[in-house]
Design a protein around this ligand. Structure first.
Ligand code: NAP
Length: 477
């Protein structure tokens, strides 16, 4: 049993009440975590406030060196990060290693390196020079979800602190273990007290207390669209700087000239990575009618061979969903699909697994066909291992189908003609489109959604701009 405590002002502190943390693959309690209230959050904000002046007065180079130290110390524990992430989320260990652990280290290393070139800018006039300097915003409130816990937390903490802000962060209460490991690492490297404070607890209590705290100047939130609206309702009238990275219902468009044999494994990965619990997952697959039968046969063949089971086994392609209640939600969409006239071509059931996994929140990868592309199942975010298949005739039809949801996060196009793919990608209303690949990330490029998928952009210079305040100083010669 792991005892997780808040990390405030460089000290691990208990809270009066606790919450149980469950391993979703077995339903066993694995940890207790603080149920932080507004007083606990206030302590963390006071610590961040006290640390502000000293931290922001360090040079960018000095702060970059802290990021390098954190990256090295995290890397030394990357095996442990992968194990904890797999235990806490139910995801297969091979995904936790390749995606979560490696990216968490890379985030610190990337911003340590990339921020080197984020300098003051000069704009010359005939009789004056404008100096644009980048100041810290102040105290950053960072709120993150359960699907990629340390990956997303480090993606916010690294740019926030390198730009001179101090932080109060709240990870999802479902997956607190790697945020706790990060607190241990910050303690071990001796990051000055109060620069990063981590408070655990429920979103509507701890999260809400951070968002509504008058001393928190900036909110960076990643999570669902409904929660994002609540966060905006509180933060916007307080004029906080706000970034919202929200849900998605991403289209995967398969054109008639695709090389199916190479595309199918990647299309399946985009549908089912992390049990379909990635905001970027391609959960609506739009297939040209000219290759429909061939696609169906090969895709079903591939997906029905994916192995669901023990997350700690390297053989498992899919592990457990994050909780029993989340599996209930995903299953309710499978039932809705049936009521909407959908045909389950593969999966749709709980796999039969041996003890202790018989008590876990597992679900087979599921393919649904025959649904109207505007049906609820095909347009609402399910966030589980369920994809819907839809047939289209012309490229313009695929664009119309791709754009018919409220979401606008990402998408992918599969074709042997990249010019045709790019011209189609330009018409898709999302923040990101991949052609013949998926989740192929260069950390310098913009990341973010449009429509109900969010407001604001992360990545490279967009993250550094968000976590800083540009100030223009105009000097007349
Ligand atoms: P969620 O329920 O919206 O929760 C996200 C975070 O917000 C959690 O830490 C949650 O705490 C907290 N929270 C809940 N209510 C709050 C409130 N009133 N004020 C402040 N914080 C509050 O999302 P989730 O179920 O954890 O994650 C899945 C969603 O995240 C999906 O919609 C997915 O698409 C989206 N997502 C988006 C991106 C992206 O980059 N666009 C990336 C990953 C995930 P509790 O856990 O305690 O409720």
């Amino acid at each position: 049993m792991i005892l997780v405590r808040n990390y405030v002002n460089g000290i691990f502190v208990d809270s009066k009440e606790t919450i149980e943390d469950i391993n979703p693959a077995t339903s066993e309690v694995i940890a207790t975590i603080p149920r932080s209230n507004s007083d606990d959050v206030n302590e963390a904000v006071l610590a961040a406030d006290k640390a502000r002046d000293n931290w922001s007065s360090l040079s960018l180079d000095e702060r970059r060196k802290w990021l390098e130290k954190i990256a090295n110390a995290l890397e030394a524990r990357s095996g442990e990060i992968a194990k904890l992430e797999s235990l806490d989320t139910g995801k297969p260990i091979k995904i936790a290693r390749a995606v979560d652990a490696s990216r968490s280290v890379a985030n610190f290393r990337f911003f340590a390196e990339f921020s080197k070139d984020f300098h003051e800018q000069k704009f010359l006039m005939e009789d004056a020079t404008n100096h644009v300097i980048f100041k810290p915003v102040g105290i950053a409130g960072l709120i993150t979800p359960w699907n990629l816990p340390l990956y997303l937390l480090s993606w916010k903490i690294a740019p926030a602190i390198v730009m001179g802000n101090t932080v109060v962060a709240k990870p999802s209460e479902l997956t607190p273990l790697t945020a706790n490991l990060l607190a241990e690492v910050l303690d071990e490297v001796g990051l000055p007290a109060g620069v990063v404070n981590i408070v655990h607890g429920f979103g509507h209590e701890t999260g809400q207390a951070i968002v509504s705290h008058p001393k928190v100047n900036l909110i960076s939130f990643t999570g669902g669209t409904i929660t994002g609206k609540k966060v905006a309702e509180t933060a916007a009238p307080m004029f906080k700087k706000l970034s919202l990275e929200l849900g998605g219902k991403n289209a995967t468009i398969v054109l008639d000239d695709v090389d199916l044999d190479s595309a199918i494994p990647e299309i399946a990965r985009s549908g089912f990575l992390n049990q379909g619990q990635v905001c970027l997952c391609g959960s609506r697959i739009l297939v040209s009618d000219k290759i429909w039968n061939d696609f169906l046969e090969k895709f079903i063949g591939h997906v029905s061979n994916m192995k669901v089971g023990d997350p700690s086994s390297d053989d498992s392609d899919l592990g457990a969903l994050v909780s029993l209640s989340h599996r209930d939600k995903v299953e309710s969409y499978i039932h809705l699909a049936e009521r909407e006239g959908g045909e389950i071509l593969c999966g749709g059931k709980r796999p039969s697994l041996e003890s202790p996994f018989d008590k876990g929140s597992f679900l087979e990868p599921t393919i649904v066909s025959n649904l109207d592309y505007q049906s609820r199942t095909a347009t609402e975010e399910i966030f589980g291992p369920v994809v819907t298949l839809h047939k289209f005739e012309k490229d313009e039809d695929a664009v119309e189908m791709a754009n018919c949801t409220d979401y606008g996060l990402a998408g992918s196009v599969w074709t042997s003609d990249s010019a045709r793919g790019k011209s189609l990608a330009e018409k898709i209303e999302t923040g990101m489109v991949w052609i013949n690949t998926w989740l192929h990330r260069d950390l310098r490029v913009p990341f973010g959604g449009v429509k109900s998928s969010g407001v604001g952009t992360e990545g490279g210079r967009w993250s550094l701009s968000f976590f800083s305040q540009p100030v223009n100083i105009c000097i007349k010669e």
